[in-house]
Design a protein around this ligand. Structure first.
Ligand code: GLN
Length: 470
């Protein structure tokens, strides 16, 4: 049972609890949900109330990001082109959640096809940050983070291609984990950039994140990149005595908000007081990471999104015209401007003559970045940094300046290029806005990362702070 839920879900009360959440969501100004699965969720809750079952998540409602396939529930990736598409199957993670008794309560808003850092590129309009309704919740899993932080769901799943779980976790003051590439099956996750992304939990506490990982991690033959490994809670309560923490010098200083930096240094001191030691390390190729990430992500996106032609499912327009016109009408009307920009840039980077200059070069940079992490983890157990260089910005402030949005991902994208795990957890405030601490580990080093996060959480009050959402 999720620890936060223990008090809220006494036997026989699942229906009541769920109804309260739905009521809150219906009055909410956050715009965190794109649809609610009221009927199926309440039916499941009634079953739970009759006989609670033994699953690890029995009776626990969970919110699911729009891009994770849910049988019988619309999955549109917050895009016009997929409006009305109802998957005939569940993603692997959904099968696992259901097998443990979790209740899918609805789908959450996101940047269209997960392309963004603010949830503003959604066809459903932006989600608002529960700490300040004028501000973005981060993205692309902004709906998932906002509903958990705003008390509309006890936990959620997001996906992280270049920071999309950690960024909104940081902006909304909750915990979010990007697992090691291959630890969680991507079967049923609508692909944006498949060599980079993983599904990850968004929860109020580290323990809850670990619990969700226990349920969703593990091998799946339907994802060819799925590792033959699971996740165990072992080590979560071992503390940080003797743990060596590396502070990547490239992740501090220029471009980082002063209050963010201060909160993160305070967090490092707390970990030191708990028995860890820290030393400066270098990840020398960090400054090339953003460029390499965006070339790779957009190239993969241009290929992955080629399948959306509106012919078998999704938006249908211009059907009385010839095939070429119909095809381009559907895609012109179906995709928003950011998705179009990325398809165009990605197609360019993969085209004959430019492939070597952009895509291949980006892959070489990716190897250098992976080597940076491998070298760092020869000296230290985990790394610590700010998750985001800035706190949540205002809605509308950056959306017309894509480069300034891309720059905000500077500390999250290297993790995806290297394929290693990283968690974001609340570590303080910049004014009234939460700040996230990012802890990164070696491949399959989730236990070390979450163990340190757990020790920090036990010693600090930040996870208890919740916004007053009106
Ligand atoms: N902000 C990054 C991007 O726009 C990451 C998004 C994600 O992780 N899905 O690509």
């Amino acid at each position: 049972m999720l620890s936060e839920l223990k008090e809220q879900l006494p036997a026989g009360s699942a229906v009541e609890y769920l109804e309260k959440l739905f009521e809150k969501i219906e009055k909410s100004r956050l715009n965190a949900f794109t649809s609610l699965a009221k009927e199926s969720a309440l039916a499941q809750a009634r079953e739970f109330d009759k006989s609670p079952g033994k699953g690890l998540l029995a009776g626990v409602p969970i919110a699911i990001k729009e891009c994770i396939s849910t049988k019988g529930i619309e999955t549109n990736c917050s895009s016009r082109i997929l409006r009305g598409y109802v998957p005939p199957y569940d993603a692997h993670v959904i099968e696992r959640l259901k097998a443990e008794g979790a209740i899918v309560m609805g789908k959450t808003n996101m940047d269209e096809f997960a392309m963004g850092t603010s949830t503003e590129t959604s066809a459903f309009g932006p989600t608002r940050n529960p700490w300040d309704l004028e501000r973005v919740p981060g993205g692309s899993s902004g709906g998932s983070a906002a509903c958990v932080a705003g008390g509309e769901a006890p936990c959620a799943l997001g996906s992280d291609t270049g920071g999309s779980v950690r960024c909104p976790a940081s902006f909304c003051g909750i915990v979010g984990l990007k697992p090691t590439y291959g630890l969680v099956s991507r079967f049923g996750l609508v692909a944006y950039a498949n060599s980079l992304e993983q599904i990850g939990p968004l929860t109020g506490t580290v323990e809850d994140t670990a619990l969700l990982m226990q349920v969703i991690a593990g091998h799946d033959w339907r994802d060819s990149t799925s590792a033959k490994k699971g996740f165990s809670l072992e080590g979560l309560k071992d503390g940080v005595k003797g743990l060596k923490i590396g502070i990547p010098k490239e992740y501090f200083g220029e471009g980082v908000d002063g209050e963010v930096e201060k909160a993160v240094w305070n967090a490092i001191s707390t970990l030191e007081n708990l028995g860890a030691s820290w030393q400066e390390v270098s990840l020398p190729h960090t400054r090339y990471a953003l460029a390499a990430y965006y070339v790779i992500a957009m190239s993969e996106a241009s290929s992955n999104l080629a399948r959306f032609d509106g012919l078998r499912y999704g938006l249908r327009v211009g059907e009385d015209q010839d095939w070429h016109t119909t095809f381009s009408e559907i895609r012109s009307q179906g995709f928003g401007p950011e998705v179009k920009r990325r398809i165009l840039l990605g197609t360019y980077a993969l085209s004959a003559g430019y492939y070597g200059r952009y895509y291949l070069k980006a892959l070489k940079v990716r190897t250098l970045i992976k080597n940076d992490f491998q070298n760092a983890f020869k000296q230290v157990d985990i790394l610590a940094s700010p998750t985001m260089p800035i706190p949540a910005f205002k809605i509308g402030e950056r959306i017309n300046d894509p480069l300034s949005l891309y720059m905000a991902d500077v500390f999250t994208v290297p993790i995806n290029l290297a394929g290693v795990p990283a968690v974001s957890l609340p570590c303080g405030f910049a004014g009234h806005l939460p700040v996230g601490l990012q802890l990164m580990g070696p491949h399959f080093g989730e236990a070390a990362v979450l163990g340190a996060a757990q020790a920090f959480e036990e010693a600090t009050p930040f996870h208890e702070a919740r916004p007053e959402v009106i």
